[in-house]
Design a protein around this ligand. Structure first.
Ligand code: PHE
Length: 463
């Protein structure tokens, strides 16, 4: 780890890439992607998602990294330093708030992975021979009034410990070991899943667009998923970029992170959907999809319990490197802008997130009545966790990404963006496609996001 002007820095290019990939790769790829695909009807969702990753995700990722590295600040400070006008720091503020909003439901699902790790170790998952039993195990687990809260609290505590140790010591180390291990395990699981009876149907489902499924909600879901999965629209990549030195090539790092993240999501799809068709499970299983489907394929593998244990351990660590980046955004804000100590900020923010997470942790048990039936008080018949997932994970990130594009494309300006991307201490890193990225940031991305949002407001089809 190095430090410049007292601000921590990644130990080098690899440290940054692993940490940024660690932020991007998480439950978004393995839990949220498959279940959004299922809700969006399969291949069509995947196609739109891939287009958004390329046309919106990658340019916004580069823009966030450039803002962060140039300003060496948290999201609020970055806007204050680089973009003239009183309004812009509020965009950073929206990002910081979104960080809290996402952490408050993400940590609940992260807690579930730890619970499932326990079930894998104890052998309970071996009972999940078919979709139905597996579903019963999941439903009982999330309906418990205590465990989901305790596990979520435990997860936030782990996140707090890592963030308190500081960016590079805490985050880099976890990511270095995890990434390759997770990748290898996912490949093995995908091979097993695709070769199961019915596996090919899952493959077809994932890659054949059914145009009759096209709807505003599918487009919005795919946009939100592209941003969520790459950790964009709330300044996580501004914050991570701020710990980067001028020596590194932003182009290469950004492109690598986008490819790794998207590859892992597709791999997760290649595991879940073949397994789903094999287990005859319901594709509309909602947020429980992965937890219901996966145990059934572990039971089709030699050493299944071992695979299950390895999988849920790695998933929990992948989730941890993401929760760390979420918490880090908020902590960096309090440290840079309010002068708090890192310890104080991290403890305070994770405490708040825990309190806010309780209703989501109870969403499928004690407070499940809030969403359904005649006396449900939550809008759109959605449970509390799903509602938060949609509000913060789709809408807030999309609005954030739109505003970041306007700030960078129109106020900071494309020439400054491109110069920042090419900047290195002693060399320049030009890129042949640079003007295309400028055009995407300035015109295509904001226009596309705005069009989707306006259509949704006009038609009232929010979810
Ligand atoms: N990208 C992370 C994941 O896929 C989630 C995340 C979203 C992290 C936004 C930081 C900011 O799990």
């Amino acid at each position: 780890m190095g430090s410049i002007n007292g601000r921590e820095q990644w130990s080098g290019r690899l440290g940054f890439i692993l940490a940024a990939a660690g932020s991007a790769i998480g439950l978004g790829n393995i839990w949220r992607f498959p279940y959004s695909v299922a809700e969006g009807g399969g291949g069509l969702f995947v196609l739109i998602y891939l287009i958004f990753v390329l046309a919106i995700g990658l340019p916004v990722l580069l823009a966030e990294l450039a803002l962060g590295r140039t300003s060496q600040r948290n999201p609020v400070g970055a806007f204050k330093a680089l973009i003239p006008g009183k309004f812009w720091p509020y965009v950073g503020g929206l990002g910081v708030t979104t960080g809290v909003g996402i952490l408050a439901f993400y940590s609940v699902v992260a807690g579930w992975t730890v619970g499932y790790l326990g079930k894998a170790v104890s052998g309970e998952l071996l009972q999940a021979q078919d979709g139905e039993t597996s579903n019963a195990i999941f439903t009982e687990f999330v309906a418990d009034p205590l465990w989901p809260i305790l596990l979520c609290g435990l997860f936030l505590l782990l996140t707090l410990v890592v963030v308190r140790r500081g960016v590079s010591k805490g985050i880099e180390r976890a990511a270095t070991i995890l990434m390759p291990a997770l990748f290898v395990l996912l490949i093995l699981l995908a091979i097993r899943a695709v070769s199961l009876p019915g596996g090919i149907d899952g493959f077809t489902y994932l890659f054949t667009p059914d145009w009759s499924k096209l709807s505003l909600n599918v487009v919005m879901g795919a946009l939100g998923q592209a941003l969520f999965s790459l950790s964009l629209g709330m300044g996580a990549m501004i914050t991570f970029g701020s710990y980067m030195s001028k020596r590194e090539n932003l182009w290469q790092s950004g492109i690598f992170v986008a490819i790794a993240d998207t590859g892992i999501a597709l791999l997760a799809g290649l595991i879940i959907f073949p397994a789903l068709f094999f287990a005859n499970a319901d594709p509309s299983a909602g947020p429980g999809l992965v937890f219901v489907v996966l145990p059934t394929i572990f039971n089709q593998m030699p050493l299944g319990a071992l695979f299950a244990t390895a999988f849920f351990s790695l998933l929990a660590i992948a989730a941890l490197t993401s929760t760390v980046s979420l918490l880090e955004v908020v902590v960096a804000y309090f440290v840079d802008e309010k002068g708090w100590t890192r310890n104080r900020a991290a403890s305070f923010v994770s405490g708040i997130c825990f309190a806010l997470a309780v209703p989501s942790a109870l969403a499928f048990g004690a407070v499940s009545g809030l969403s359904g039936g005649e006396d449900g008080i939550l809008p759109f018949g959605l449970d509390f966790l799903t509602l938060n997932n949609n509000i913060w994970g789709n809408y807030s990130l999309s609005i954030g990404a739109f505003l970041i594009c306007i700030a960078v494309g129109w106020v900071w300006g494309v020439p400054k963006l491109l110069a920042a991307l090419e900047d290195g201490d002693d060399r320049r890193f030009p890129m042949p496609g640079a003007p295309v990225v400028g055009f995407l940031i300035k015109v295509v991305c904001p226009l596309a996001v705005l069009t989707v949002l306006i259509f949704i407001i006009v038609t009232g089809q929010y979810f």
